[in-house]
Ligand binder design. Structure first.
Ligand SMILES: [Zn+2]
Length: 645
């Protein structure tokens, strides 16, 4: 049993203690990182605002500090040169121009700046992101670093919204008409509000506008929304730095004001561009919509993460798709999928690239036959080569790709992958493509008979686990684990148990044992319980965070077990759904590791099964089948499997 509820015993320890351990664990983790700071540098992608840093050498991070080549100065409107000693950069920056000196680091011989020094100077904010984990902001394990311009002031001034930012960033404007009203949205991309207040109503003395709001729409997007009368003619100018170094967004004014605004943006106007980040937009007519779209890779960052008081009411989320027409999707309104390309590196690593005309927010899941299903909402199929909608391969990780357009509003493109096994995968959505990396999961070569498996019956001794109906979890988990040991040994596998009788075992001793003997797999067995006893039923298998191998293993085993229990399948889930830092036994295990909640001990129907030796045997056999599926793949495709190590 595992739970978040503070009202009942947790399966391992009370939540308060679990929290303490989590906190201590992260403190340990921090000091460990600091100790390693000088020795372990890794490359990292750096973005300035929403633009990737293009530099002569790769930025590096030690997990705390990120070091960037001097090329970054040009991207924040600054200039700099190395001093004679070569130990500092003299920098001119800002409006009015200021001078400063920043120390130079040479982590790999080349002169670089510490990003935190530059951020303090500008000022700017640093956001670290794990691109493999749905691009969620992360303190550790990040592979992307964003330098965000700080928005220090937003105000309405003579028919224009005026952002003051610490360096120029692109923006995006859209007008949406509904219910006789027009709402204008201005998004500053790659920017952060200096105030922590999630939503502010700004002073507004323009009689034509109402209710000007500003908020941190996404971790890297500041949004202003304002209500305008439909009769107002709108012009959208380009964002320009003025004498005070401010970025101006010209939003609207009636015709006499528009002339003035046009003058401000006259240079852009002569280009005649009607679309794009630099052009002056044509006035819109009432009922129409005007959009300036500056596509941004960072636009995909945690779409729902920030307080979002200014989101539009019709479900739009600023991703660039216009929902207006319920008719057949128009290819121009949605992101187009133009090419689907499979790029195998070798038998164990391959990449599927789906080239698009804009960013998408894909979702992916395993299908019950072990394949993958990738859904791309807001996309339409526009393949330049129609044969790419249905492709076959002879590869150990992928045999077939099919793309179909689902008739939904907004449209969805579904891409089905047939695979000879449960692949490990990492999904990496980018501005112009969705990258799906496929990999052979860890320890998934050879056969089950070669493997060393640690079985961990939950609880034991004084730790009973959940109790219900006169039964204790610790006894049921041991009974299932002992049966599983017999089944696995009959297959030729070696098994070590964290306990094989009713005794206390420390939580941390369990993964420590598996690590010390270099086990191939760690399988922990538990029974679930609900804060409302009897209301939940079924099987859940947990894996740690987004670990691709453990996720594949959890899906294999969950599917095999759910097939024999006669109870609901509650799915394979990340342990981050229970605790922010996941479960200790899974977190600390260095090999693919899962925790199975076989069924609910506090549900009479589940419990009757759990205490039945025949049911325990069926579950043990199913876990073994799931493990074999992970290692050996589907039987009919055995010939495609990579050679043994
Ligand atoms: Zn438990």
């Amino acid at each position: 049993m595992l739970r978040k509820s503070p009202f009942v015993n947790s399966c391992f320890i009370r939540p308060q203690i679990a929290l303490l351990i989590c906190v201590l664990g992260s403190m340990f983790c921090l000091s460990w990182r600091q100790a390693k700071a000088d020795s372990t540098l890794r490359p990292v992608r750096v973005f300035v605002g929403d633009k990737p840093l293009e530099a002569s050498s790769s930025p590096l991070t030690d997990g705390n500090e990120t070091f960037v080549p001097l090329d970054i100065l040009g991207m924040v409107g600054a200039q700099g040169h190395l001093n004679k000693r070569g130990d500092a950069v003299e920098i001119t920056y800002g409006h009015p121009m200021q001078e400063a000196e920043l120390a130079v680091a040479r982590p790999e011989g080349k002169p670089m700046l510490a990003l935190s020094d530059l951020a303090r100077l500008l000022p700017a904010d640093i956001l670290t992101v794990d691109s493999h984990d749905n691009r969620t902001p992360k303190a550790t394990s990040f592979d992307e670093v964003y330098l965000l311009a700080r928005v220090t002031d937003v105000r309405l001034q003579q028919g224009a919204i005026r952002f003051t930012t610490s360096f120029p960033v692109p923006y995006q404007v859209r007008m949406i008409d509904e219910d006789g009203q027009r709402v204008g949205y201005v998004d500053c991309l790659g920017a952060k509000l200096s105030s922590d207040e999630p939503n502010q109503t700004l002073p507004d003395d323009d009689p034509q506008t109402q209710n000007l709001r500003v908020g941190q729409f996404k971790p890297d997007v500041v949004r202003v929304a304002v209500n305008l009368p439909l009769s107002l003619r709108v012009r959208i100018g380009d964002g320009q730095a003025d004498a005070e170094g401010q970025v101006i967004v010209v939003l609207w004014k009636d015709p006499k004001g528009a002339a003035k605004m046009a003058a401000i943006a006259s240079k852009a106007d002569t280009t005649g561009k009607s679309q794009g980040s630099g052009g002056l937009q044509m006035p819109t007519t009432p009922g129409g919509e005007t959009t300036v779209t500056t596509t941004s890779p960072s636009g995909a960052l945690g779409a729902n993460a920030a307080a979002n008081p200014t989101e539009t009411t019709n479900g739009e989320s600023g991703e660039g798709n216009n929902p207006a027409s319920p008719n057949a999707p128009s290819a121009t309104k949605f992101v187009q999928i133009q090419r689907i390309v499979f790029e195998p590196d070798n038998d164990q690593n391959a990449t599927l690239r789906i080239f698009t005309t804009g960013p998408l927010q894909p979702s992916i899941r395993y299908t019950t036959d072990g394949g993958l299903q990738l859904d791309l909402p807001g996309a339409v199929l526009a393949l330049t080569d129609s044969t790419q909608a249905d492709q076959s391969f002879q590869h150990p990780l992928l045999t077939e790709v099919q793309a179909i357009a689902l008739d939904q509003t907004p449209p969805v493109v579904r891409i089905r992958l047939r695979t000879p096994r449960y692949d490990g995968f990492v999904l990496d959505p980018r501005t112009d493509q969705v990258v799906l990396r496929l990999r052979l999961p860890r320890n998934a070569t050879g056969v089950l008979a070669d493997k060393l498996i640690v079985l961990d019956p939950g609880h034991g001794g004084s730790a009973t686990g959940a109790t219900a109906g006169g039964y204790a979890e610790k006894n049921i988990t041991l009974a299932i684990a002992l049966k599983l040991r017999r089944v696995l040994e009959a297959c030729g596998a070696r098994v070590v148990m964290t306990r094989d009788r009713d005794r206390d075992v420390d939580l941390s001793a369990r993964p420590a044992l598996a690590n010390s003997i270099h086990a191939d797999f760690f399988i922990s067995i538990h029974n679930d319980a609900c804060s409302h006893p009897g209301e939940a039923s079924g099987t859940t298998t947990y894996y740690h965070m987004e670990d691709p191998s453990s996720r594949a293993l959890a899906n294999c085993v969950q599917q095999a077990v759910a097939a024999v229990t006669g109870l609901p399948s509650r799915g394979a889930r990340s342990d981050s759904s229970l605790y922010q830092h996941g479960l200790a036994v899974l977190r600390e295990s260095q090999m693919p590791a899962i925790l199975i909640e076989v069924a609910y001990i506090d549900n009479p129907v589940d419990r009757r099964k759990l205490i039945d030796p025949n049911f325990q045997e069926k579950v043990a056999e199913a876990i073994c089948r799931g493990l074999r599926l992970y290692i050996e793949g589907h039987p009919q495709t055995a010939l495609l499997l990579p050679a043994d190590r």
